[in-house]
Write a protein that binds this ligand. Structure first.
Ligand code: IPE
Ligand code: IPE
Ligand code: MG
Length: 241
């Protein structure tokens, strides 16, 4: 299935804790099982021919969680970045990241940079990890950068356009997501890609992230293929009268 396939898919990978609790397991086990879903979903999306997959792995607000849980998540992230290198290279995937990456522990930053550099020349799917990411913080950081340029006399306030803002986001070349999937049923955005999702199609599934597999992905893609995207305009051919 490639017809009507979204080019850029973003996923809010939620429900690791609930998946574990429902099975009498620790949250740790839920997060570990979530890593397996990341692996499977990434490989599947690359094989299906998606251009980009953006995964919400850790939000700016997730730093509020207990220290032990944050440490575990960082450990899992570092391990993922190291262990997935062969898979990333085999599938021609290019790894990128968005967020306040300077807040990540030094060892995580190091492995992230290594994997990013190693995969820089790959031309297949872009795997973009949102790490220490917040949509409001991204807009705030963009506003600050633009204000500095105005103060330096490089830009007039009236010259600021939507393109200026996009150009100051963490990944200026990132296309907006065509489809946003959220697992575990919550009907909210939780500070994800606020600028970029203005016309993104939304798909919420009750399945928790650790159980999310190709069949759930196909369900989301089938739903997407049935959508009529109008971007505020009219469906072509309905403008008469
Ligand atoms: C998503 O699962 C993983 C992260 C946010 C890092 P949660 O840990 O939020 O799982 P629930 O929402 O408690 O079930
Ligand atoms: C969103 O999930 C963040 C990630 C998936 C990384 P949360 O579990 O943090 O969101 P809330 O707290 O339910 O809104
Ligand atoms: Mg959650």
């Amino acid at each position: 299935m490639t017809e009507g396939l979204p080019g850029h898919v973003a996923i809010i990978m939620d429900g690791n804790g609930r998946w574990a609790a429902a099975r009498g397991l620790s949250r740790t086990r839920g997060h570990a099982a979530g890593v397996e879903s990341v692996r499977v979903v990434t490989r599947t999306c690359a094989k299906k021919g998606l251009r980009q997959l953006t995964l919400y792995a850790f939000s700016e607000e997730n730093w509020k969680r207990p220290k032990r849980e944050v440490e575990l998540l960082m450990r899992l992230l570092r391990r993922f970045l190291v262990r997935e290198r062969p898979e990333i290279m085999e599938n021609d995937i290019r790894l990128t990241a968005i967020g306040r990456l300077h807040r990540l522990p030094a060892d995580v930053r190091r492995e992230l940079e290594k994997t990013r550099e190693m995969s820089e020349g790959n031309r297949g799917m872009v795997l973009n990890l949102a790490l220490s990411y917040g949509g409001r913080q991204e807009l705030l950081d963009a506003c600050r950068a633009i204000a500095h340029r105005v103060r330096a006399g490089e830009l007039e306030p009236d010259e600021i356009t939507e393109e200026t803002i996009t150009a100051h986001l963490y990944q200026p070349d990132m296309p907006p997501p065509d489809l946003l999937i959220r697992t575990a049923g919550e009907m909210r955005f939780s500070n994800f890609l606020l600028w970029q999702i203005s016309y993104t199609e939304l798909h919420v599934t009750p399945s928790c992230w650790p159980e999310f597999r190709e069949e759930h992905l196909d369900e989301a893609f089938e739903s997407y293929a049935r959508r009529v995207r109008k971007f505020g305009g009219l469906v072509p051919g309905t403008a008469s009268g």
